[in-house]
Design a protein around this ligand. Structure first.
Ligand code: HEM
Length: 278
């Protein structure tokens, strides 16, 4: 990868860290993932339970969300994970979702797209944005590989990995390497895990759930332990992405949101402010 362009203006040195293609694909990616999450929860509302293997053993889900009536006639929302039960009334299982009364609904209206129950519409949103995400991801991957961005900026070197303990210690003290033009090792590991782990796993498990793809390539299902396993892994990959985004946003805020977000809009990332001489 070529060294970053650098400029000094009004006492600040900045590097051109994000080319236009990276910025455009980054924001399209963020939009696609938001729509995929909300429409995915709409689809999950139709059958909010997970299983392992090829077929669903309805009596033995790994995890499930449902609503049960209480003695006073009200509904109670319930989530069961590996046999342990949690009361989730108001959010999962039973929520008001715009009305006065609690209604049986796995995910509330503010977490689904569309807000009302409509499996068909949820699937249309989901599949359109899934293909948009795939095309966008391929554009980013082709550019990042050809330009050397993956090797030069994202993939951690052995030297980076040797410094991981110091980097964790710095993060715990909320000290981020502002003098550096590149990413720190934890950032590199997180981005690499998303680009090479979670996003491909989400695509692969999504394809296995498609009857047309599964019929032609049953080996994919075998590799993942069956269709129901693929569905469970799809949800886990999506949960991993949501966790990444939560931490990603927290880090953007902690590292200086103005400089960080401006860099993903204009490309320029300020690495140094010159000290004013008295
Ligand atoms: C509204 C939500 C988001 C905001 C505000 C945001 C913000 C940013 C910023 C400021 C950077 C540059 C970091 C730096 O230069 O130090 C960045 C990079 C990155 N973000 Fe996000 N992000 C968001 C959502 C996402 C999502 C949903 C993903 C994927 C799951 C994602 C994946 C990445 C990756 C992989 C990079 C590095 C890209 C590269 O340098 O080639 N971001 N983000």
């Amino acid at each position: 990868m070529k060294p970053f362009k650098e400029r000094t203006r009004r006492g600040a040195t900045a590097v051109y860290r994000h080319p236009v293609l990276v910025r455009a694909t980054h924001w399209v990616n963020a939009l696609c993932l938001l729509v995929l999450l909300l429409s995915g929860l709409q689809i999950l509302n139709a059958h909010p339970a997970f299983y392992w293997g090829e077929v669903a053993r309805f009596a033995h889900p790994i995890a499930a969300i449902d609503a049960v009536p209480r003695a006073d006639g009200e509904l109670r929302g319930r989530m069961t994970v590996a046999g342990a039960t949690f009361d989730t009334t108001g959010v999962l299982g039973a929520s008001k979702s715009g009305g006065e009364q609690l209604q049986a609904r796995a995910f509330p209206s503010w977490l689904t797209l569309p807000g009302y129950l409509d499996l068909g519409a949820g699937r249309r949103w989901h599949f359109f944005f899934a293909w948009a995400l795939v095309i966008n991801g391929l554009i980013y991957a082709a550019f990042a590989l050809a330009s050397g961005r993956i090797r030069g900026l994202i993939w951690p070197s052995l030297g980076d990995l040797r410094g991981i303990v110091r980097d964790i210690w710095d993060h715990l003290r909320l000290r981020f390497a502002h003098g550096d033009a590149g990413y720190n090792v934890l950032q590199k590991l997180a981005y690499a895990a998303v680009i090479f782990g979670l996003l491909p796993l989400m695509l692969l498990t999504g394809l296995v759930m498609s009857p047309a793809v599964y019929a032609r390539l049953p080996i994919l299902g075998d590799l993942l332990g069956g269709r129901q396993s693929a569905r469970t892994l799809h949800f886990l990959a999506a949960s991993g992405l949501v966790s990444f985004v939560v931490v990603h946003l927290a880090m953007v805020v902690a590292a200086g949101p103005v400089n960080e977000i401006r860099s993903m809009i204009t490309g320029w990332f300020v690495i140094r402010r010159e000290k004013k001489t008295p």
